[in-house]
Design a protein around this ligand. Structure first.
Ligand code: P6P
Length: 338
């Protein structure tokens, strides 16, 4: 019975009482919740609202922006400035950090990818928003890039909204992972996936196989062994998935296990990899670890990477713990022989 479920707002209030919080954390999330609801509405209207297609501009990554990329970014910036919790924000869509005017008591920083996977929008495949919350460093008087360059282990909270067959918001505050589904009729996120946990083993891997010619040998070894199935060294058959929307891949892994790889390769290594550390890899790593999985660069824990630039890219390997550790071992064996 839907009215028997707990709302995200009540869940946050319970968390706040449990943690003895002052209430600022619930306020932090309130703005994000509003932003995700508004983006969900715009994504769901799609062509009817003239929201499909390109915006005719490029972002800081040199990627062509979709209309919904720009709209989602504007929604995140506007809604999350209203509550006064955030002293500053950083977005995949903005070159520089964004100081929030008038946020005198803003103690937090918000980093986000407002619409991840936007190449899927025009073909009606799931997209999502990813967010990460950091504390404003003590004594930071102005909002500069340096204030945002904190390791993933310092995150206060992280989450994503998935605009799929249903709209879901998945969140961790460092005490496990919980999933909430948006009831469009009453406009509330309701707890539907409490204490999400990733199985340590899996038979499903996700990688963009069109890049095989660029892969490093340890990645090629791992994927080849999976493809050999039960006749091969793994002794079991594997399935492959690739949605080209990280939020959708991570959600699938949270729901049924799996491993996601976007490794550094001979073509993207010049840029450090494909995915961005601060607002894609780190928030997803926090969520994955809190659900009992693992998240690495292939050569070290993701959340221990020392950031050097706001938009820096990293190799990403995350998901079922035993698979991620196996891939790490293959990298270590390879490096030892190099
Ligand atoms: P490719 C989307 O652009 C994204 O940042 C991730 O969401 C996704 O996993 C990846 O890039 C897809 O990359 O090379 O398959 O287009």
């Amino acid at each position: 019975m839907p009215y028997k479920r707990i709302t995200l707002t009540h869940f946050l209030l319970q968390e706040q009482r449990r943690l003895g919080g002052s209430g600022s954390f619930t306020a932090l999330m309130t703005d994000i919740i509003f932003a995700c609801k508004m983006i969900s509405h715009e994504v769901n209207r799609g062509a009817l609202a003239g929201n499909l297609g390109v915006a005719g501009s490029e972002n800081v990554q040199g990627e062509e922006q979709k209309k919904l990329d720009v709209l989602a970014n504007d929604i995140f910036l506007h809604m999350n400035a209203l509550g006064g919790s955030y002293a500053g924000m950083a977005s995949e869509e903005l070159e520089d950090v964004h100081a929030v005017k008038g946020a005198a008591d803003g103690k937090y920083l918000l980093l986000f990818d407002p619409l991840d996977g936007s190449s899927n929008i025009d073909v009606n495949i799931s997209v999502g928003s990813i967010f990460s919350i950091l504390k404003l460093p003590e004594g930071a008087s102005t909002i500069e890039e340096a204030a945002f360059l904190q390791k993933g282990v310092t995150q206060v909270a992280a989450g994503y909204a998935l605009y799929g067959s249903s709209t879901m918001l998945v969140l961790t505050t460092g005490n496990g992972v919980n999933g909430f589904t948006l009831d469009q009729n009453v406009g509330m996120f309701l707890l539907t996936h409490p204490d999400m946990t990733i199985p340590a083993d899996t038979k499903e891997f996700a990688i963009n196989a069109s890049r095989e010619r660029f892969w490093e040998p340890p990645v090629k070894r791992y994927v080849d062994e999976c493809r050999q199935g039960k006749e091969g060294p793994r002794g079991k058959d594997f399935n492959m998935r690739w949605v080209a929307s990280m939020v959708a891949e991570v959600h699938r892994i949270l729901c049924r296990g799996g491993v996601f790889l976007y490794p550094a390769d001979s073509e993207n290594i010049k840029k450090g990899g494909k995915l961005r550390l601060m607002y894609e890899a780190n928030p997803m790593a926090f969520i994955i670890e809190q659900a009992g999985g693992a998240a690495t660069t292939g050569r070290g824990r993701m959340m221990e990477v020392e950031p050097t630039a706001l938009h820096q890219r990293v190799p990403v390997i995350l998901g079922s713990k035993n698979e991620v550790e196996r891939i790490g071992a293959y990298h270590a064996e390879y490096d030892a022989k190099a």
